[in-house]
Design a protein around this ligand. Structure first.
Ligand code: 5GP
Ligand code: MN
Ligand code: MN
Length: 328
């Protein structure tokens, strides 16, 4: 991030009476945590804040309902259409803002806080650092530069972004800076055990049944990805319906599938309520899944990426197989 852009961002935020915040559609812990963390700090400083995401069905994922600051959330339809100052979080391209993309297009000033390598460079003030483990790390730096103190609620939001995007401090993105930030956040009073329980130990019993169906049909394809191998499975809408499990509860299945040692790549295809397939891909580092998913209309990081498909799982896997290759 250029020093001049940090300064410009601080200047714009300090001068604003009202700020419109937006994160990417289907928000995850980093998107929502970063946005609400900054939102709480700005509200504390006396700024009027609206925070939103552009999903047609505007609903905070169950997993993230513990996040403080949800009173800042505004339906996308009620967001300022031509904001003087808008800030986006964890959003690599305008289209990932969904219904809020037009608002960003009409914003007088647009600060973009993000860590995706695939960031397109949209906005007037880019605070984009692909080396940051989470967008919330950039938000913490911004708060420091603004002179905003961390309280327990802000820390809970920022920690959620950090712990989810680093896979609980396991991924390669987990730098000393990430651990130092975690220490500062814990010092602000949050309870890491309570957040861990919220994020990972609250699946309904029916999750086990759907997970079982997914595990039952997992396939190991040793030849895929230039010989680095791929394990894949899928979750049908009908599997979920049989056990009354909402789509959002299937997010963690990829974390089970990727535990397999043999392949570098793990893939889970999840059929949503509209019948589209959301594809989650992970790699252990030999293969760039971000590149592959970008080629298929999605995006993401080298080791975690995704795209949407309207084909059957088999045909989608065939297309993915065709674009997966070793990087280095
Ligand atoms: P997940 O598999 O957890 O849904 O997504 C993993 C990563 O891939 C996320 O960090 C997100 O940035 C990226 N990603 C997932 N789906 C899409 C998509 O449809 N488009 C883009 N651009 N990125 C995606
Ligand atoms: Mn995200
Ligand atoms: Mn992120």
């Amino acid at each position: 991030v250029r020093e001049a852009d940090w300064r410009r961002a601080c200047e714009l935020i300090r001068g604003a009476e009202e700020v419109a915040l937006a994160c990417h559609v289907c928000p995850d812990g980093d998107a929502l945590g970063s946005m609400l963390g900054l939102g709480l700090a700005l509200r504390g400083a006396g700024t009027r804040v609206s925070a939103s995401f552009g999903d047609r069905r505007f609903e905070v994922p169950r997993l993230l309902r513990y996040l403080p600051g949800q009173e800042l959330l505004t339906e996308p339809g009620d967001c300022p259409a031509e904001p003087d100052l808008m800030i986006t979080f964890d959003t690599p391209s305008v289209d990932r803002l969904g219904l809020l993309a037009p608002n960003a297009g009409k914003a007088q000033e647009l600060i973009v806080i993000d860590h995706h390598p695939s960031n397109t460079g949209f906005g007037t003030v880019p605070l984009v650092d692909p080396a940051a483990a989470s967008t919330s790390m950039l938000v913490e730096e911004l708060l420091g530069r603004l002179g905003c103190a961390l309280d327990r609620d802000i820390a809970t939001c920022l920690y959620t972004g950090l712990v989810t995007d680093t896979g609980s401090f396991r991924h390669s993105s987990t730098t000393p800076a990430a651990h130092r930030m975690a220490a500062r956040l814990v010092e602000a009073g949050l309870r890491t055990d309570e957040i861990a329980r919220e994020l990972w130990d609250r699946s309904p019993f029916s999750y086990l049944k759907v997970l079982a169906a997914a595990l039952e049909r997992a396939t190991l394809d040793r030849e895929a990805a230039g010989g680095h191998g791929m394990v894949w499975t899928y979750v049908r809408r009908d599997d979920r319906a049989a056990h009354c499990l909402p789509y959002a509860e299937c997010e963690g299945i990829i974390d089970v599938i990727r535990r397999t040692d043999e392949p570098d790549v793990a893939v889970v295809l999840k059929e949503d309520d509209e019948g589209a397939w959301q594809v989650s891909t992970r790699s252990k580092g030999m293969v760039d899944v971000g590149r592959a998913c970008t080629l298929l209309g999605g995006g993401g990081h080298v080791r975690a990426a995704g795209f949407t498909s309207h084909d059957s799982p088999e045909r989608t896997i065939a297309r993915l197989r065709a674009v997966l290759g070793p990087t280095t």
